[in-house]
Design a protein around this ligand. Structure first.
Ligand SMILES: *Cc1c(COP(=O)(O)O)cnc(C)c1O
Length: 397
């Protein structure tokens, strides 16, 4: 099938990871089967030696079930296409991918600067594990002036996320990459929001991109998955070694589900992005709404950066409501089409009442007592979602 690297990404995503023809039958299924295995069997010792030699060189090789076979390789290739990387490594969750990336590039005694808008559990990783390993972590607004004030002689890594969690703060990735190069830091970024489809930080100078495939890649709220993608050979080698040594591994069935999910990633992301804008337009006309956080929305402070660096958007937005916590709880509880739950990127709409304690650590937030509600807009009819939001706003008031 189409191998042309110049084909549009949409085309590549449909033609990547298809099964190869049986040499005798000249036939193949379209979808690659889930190749479950623990043991890999070799035809003879020469074949085993070749596989071991590839592995020793840090190349992808089939040696044992933990590193996977065809289904895993196909998904790795898909993540490389999405992110514009050379090598991708799979982990059993997005948070697992974050730990894989950080353990690959940090040593005991190192210091890492983490953007204060990064996914909350990174702080938990710091508190419970990184501190114990004598890895120092500072949190900072991801502006160059703020970051510069956090530099230490042992700073090795800059860890960011754009747009950031909760309020979707757009970061200036090319400027961060330049800062990282100047100070010899490895720039790691969480690209779950863009999922490689609407935002490609490796093209903008980041060294390592981390994606929670649980969200838009899987796309059906039935899968946990993470990926770490790099372009540089030396970094890939370090991630490869850590991935192998630490036993990161995913089931072939989960890889299969993700490949199935990614076929519709383009249309799902386009559609949810369109729905999210319709919801923004509606919310902007409501008297209860103080502010909308969604970089594709023209009033968002990150809109210019979004226009410059992104090729699309998604269904995530947050809204500041002129309501206290009790009224906001009534609002959330009154919604019937929005599930109350963590995660996002599936087909269905979700709502979260954002905890002010979590927001207080984001320098981007202009602290006040208004409630912040995060919405994931799914594939339901936007008219129905708007009707649901309207009745819930009325109940809250
Ligand atoms: C959900 C999420 C993760 C973690 O992914 P899991 O698969 O749930 O572990 C990481 N980063 C961001 C930005 C996320 O939203």
């Amino acid at each position: 099938m189409a191998k042309s690297p110049t084909a549009h990404l949409d085309t590549q995503l449909q033609h990547a990871g298809t099964a190869t023809f049986d040499p005798v039958l000249g036939a193949a299924p379209v979808a690659l089967p889930s190749m479950r295995t623990s043991t890999v069997r070799f035809e003879n010792l020469d074949a085993l030696d070749r596989a071991q030699a590839d592995k020793a060189r840090g190349e992808r090789s089939v040696t044992y079930g933990r590193v996977g076979m065809d289904t895993h390789a196909a998904l790795e290739d898909i993540f490389c296409k999405l992110e514009g990387g050379e090598r991708a490594f799979l982990a059993s969750s997005g948070l697992g991918a974050i730990t894989l990336a950080l353990f690959s590039v940090l040593d005991s005694g190192d210091h890492v600067i983490v953007a204060d808008c990064a996914y909350g559990p990174v702080r938990y990783l710091d508190k419970t594990v990184l501190g114990r390993m004598n890895i120092q972590v500072s949190y900072s607004r991801a502006t160059i002036a703020d970051l510069a004030s956090q530099l230490r002689p042992n700073t090795r890594v800059l860890y960011v996320e754009s747009p950031g969690s909760l309020l979707f703060e757009m970061l200036d990735m090319p400027a961060l990459a330049q800062f990282a190069r100047q100070h010899d830091l490895i720039l790691v970024t969480d690209n779950t929001w863009g999922s490689g489809y609407v935002y490609r930080p490796l093209d903008l100078g980041a060294d390592i991109s981390v994606v929670a495939g649980t969200k838009y890649v899987g796309g059906h709220s039935d899968l946990m998955l993470g990926a770490v993608v790099a372009k540089d050979a030396d970094l890939s080698r370090r991630i490869n070694d850590t991935h192998y040594a630490m036993g990161y591994s995913i089931s072939a069935d989960d890889a299969w589900l993700a490949i199935r999910g990614v076929r519709t990633l383009p249309i799902r992301m386009r559609q949810t992005a369109e729905h999210a804008l319709a919801i923004c337009r509606y919310l902007s006309g409501r008297p209860e709404v103080a502010r909308i956080f969604h970089p594709a929305w023209p009033d968002d402070p990150g809109h210019a950066l979004w226009q410059r660096d992104c090729t699309g958007s998604n269904g995530m937005l947050a809204v500041e409501l002129k309501m206290d916590n009790a009224a906001a709880r009534r609002f959330v509880d009154s919604l019937s089409l929005f599930g109350i739950g963590f995660s996002w990127g599936g087909f269905e709409s979700l709502v979260q009442l954002v905890d002010h304690a979590a927001l207080r650590s984001h320098g981007y937030w202009q602290a006040n007592d208004n409630a912040i509600v995060r919405l994931h807009i799914g594939l339901e009819s936007p008219q129905d979602l708007i009707a649901d939001l309207t009745q819930a706003l009325e109940v809250a008031a």
